[in-house]
Write a protein that binds this ligand. Structure first.
Ligand code: ADP
Ligand code: MG
Ligand code: MG
Length: 211
């Protein structure tokens, strides 16, 4: 197993923990407009459990695949809620595809993220335009795959993809939710972005700074 890649995975999850800690109240406020208001605390519970698991595993020399997969299990276990199950499964899917190879290249990382996206879509059954985190994940993944395919370095490709995700999350403000807890209060959410899309974009922007 590669200690280096495991440490990068651990640092990535820790950067997500930091940004969720910073914006926990704002994410709760967004979720309270048409949902049940627990998105901030749910993300916080999940990412704290994931960061603790990642810390322990990377310190023990685990590779990136193991760090991500086990962090995902901890996240799903502790977060509760729809987003927690999806984030947990996404991290596990990314870890399984990445494996514990010594030096995964940019293409291997892009493939791992594609596997995470596919898992979220298979589990949640959301489509583009349903006003969920999928509306940020899909453009993120598409951009990452495209830029890596053009030969960009991972850090540059990821930064560009995070910018796309941020813009896409903002664009969900004009959508009406068709799934999840926000659906019965769909019209109330007009003008407010989807909390899960916003938290995904925040997380990917944070990770861009550690790559
Ligand atoms: P809960 O809705 O169970 O309270 P959270 O508040 O933590 O869970 O997460 C809400 C977010 O989950 C939504 O903003 C949306 O982005 C995402 N979400 C809800 N349902 C789905 C789904 N079927 N597929 C993908 N994402 C979803
Ligand atoms: Mg909620
Ligand atoms: Mg809830």
């Amino acid at each position: 197993a590669s200690r280096n890649a495991g440490r990068v995975a651990q640092a990535a999850i820790d950067s997500i923990r930091a940004v969720i800690d910073r914006d926990v109240d704002e994410l709760g406020r967004l979720d309270a407009i048409a949902g049940d208001g627990d998105h901030g605390i749910g993300m916080q519970r999940g990412v704290h459990a994931a960061a603790a698991a990642a810390q322990e595993l990377s310190a023990a020399g685990a590779g990136a695949g193991t760090v991500l997969a086990r962090a995902g299990d901890a996240w799903a276990d502790k977060a509760g809620g729809t987003s927690g199950a999806l984030w947990g499964a996404a991290l596990r899917a990314a870890g399984e595809r990445l494996g514990d190879e010594h030096h995964p290249d940019a293409q291997a990382v892009a493939d791992a993220i594609q596997n995470a996206r596919a898992t979220v879509q298979r589990m949640g059954k959301a489509e583009l335009g349903d006003k969920t985190m999928v509306d940020a994940i899909v453009p993120f993944t598409d951009e990452l795959t495209a830029k890596v395919g053009e030969g960009q370095r991972l850090s540059a490709a990821w930064s560009r993809a995070a910018e796309r995700a941020t813009a896409a999350a903002a664009d969900t403000a004009e959508m009406l939710p068709r799934l999840g807890r926000a659906r019965p209060h769909a019209e109330k959410s007009l003008g407010t972005p989807d909390p899960g899309a916003v938290s995904f974009a925040l997380a990917m922007t944070a990770v861009a700074h550690v790559l």
